[in-house]
Design a protein around this ligand. Structure first.
Ligand SMILES: [Zn+2]
Length: 233
């Protein structure tokens, strides 16, 4: 029987630390990340380390949105979250927050939600054997220790600091005792694998039904002619 892994993604942490992927690739302006592949890459690492089959049963993502009352537009972020849910199969937990108040609020909500979910799943018999935490914050230490008392194992995923060095002592879970069961993994070590490579595929236009080659992987496709018409309206 293969082991079950469950990924827990701290959305705010991943957003900040995706720059370590860009740095590794030498892409100062950033590049697209293959979010469908990202958790699977770390699951494979766990499988290789244990030399056992490990199946990824779920990816839980925790993020925030500026509340409707604020003047910030959240449509782009909403679209991104929808993409993660529909196209990448993530289980989303999103919370609307008031922006502009105290700065640390976003992170606090994400950390509490992630910790509660990790603890809840750890207490559910048969839910997972290994939790892959994509997010590195010292506040997670107590919940990781408790999760391990349930007999679950923890894989930490962090990122190298600028210059490709290990995160400093006192800033990362990797220096904490009893919080994990494997050597830490670094997202930037997998930069090439998680970079999104767009393939040319033939897709049918939703408007006119014609086929056209495209690299667009979103849920709805419109051909160049129909997109042009739409723009001129
Ligand atoms: Zn068309």
């Amino acid at each position: 029987m293969s082991l079950k892994a469950m990924a827990f993604i701290d959305g705010a942490w991943l957003y900040r630390n995706r720059t370590s992927i860009f740095a590794k690739l030498g892409e100062a302006n950033g590049c697209e990340i293959d979010y469908a592949k990202l958790p699977r890459v770390f699951c494979e690492d766990v499988a290789n380390y244990l030399d056992e089959d490990v199946g990824l049963v779920r990816t839980n993502y925790f993020g925030t949105l500026p509340s409707a009352r604020s003047s910030f537009s959240s449509s782009k972020q909403r679209a991104f979250y929808e993409f993660l849910e529909r196209s990448c199969g993530y289980e989303m937990e999103i919370h609307e927050v008031d922006v502009g108040g105290d700065g640390g609020h976003d992170d606090m909500w994400i950390k509490m939600a992630l910790g509660a979910s990790l603890m809840f799943n750890a207490a559910m018999p048969g839910s997972f054997d290994v939790a892959i935490l994509i997010g590195d914050d010292l506040d997670y230490a107590p919940v990781l220790r408790r999760t391990r008392l349930f007999g679950r194992r923890i894989q930490l995923v962090t990122a190298h600091a600028s210059g490709g060095v290990q995160p400093a002592v006192g800033t990362s879970l990797i220096w904490k005792s009893r919080v994990s069961d494997f050597p830490p993994l670094y997202i930037d070590d997998h930069a090439e694998e998680v970079r999104l490579v767009r393939e040319n595929v033939k897709r049918v236009c939703k408007q006119c039904g014609r086929e056209e080659e495209t690299t667009w992987a979103g849920p709805e496709f419109f051909c160049s002619t129909c997109r042009g018409k739409y723009r001129n309206n």
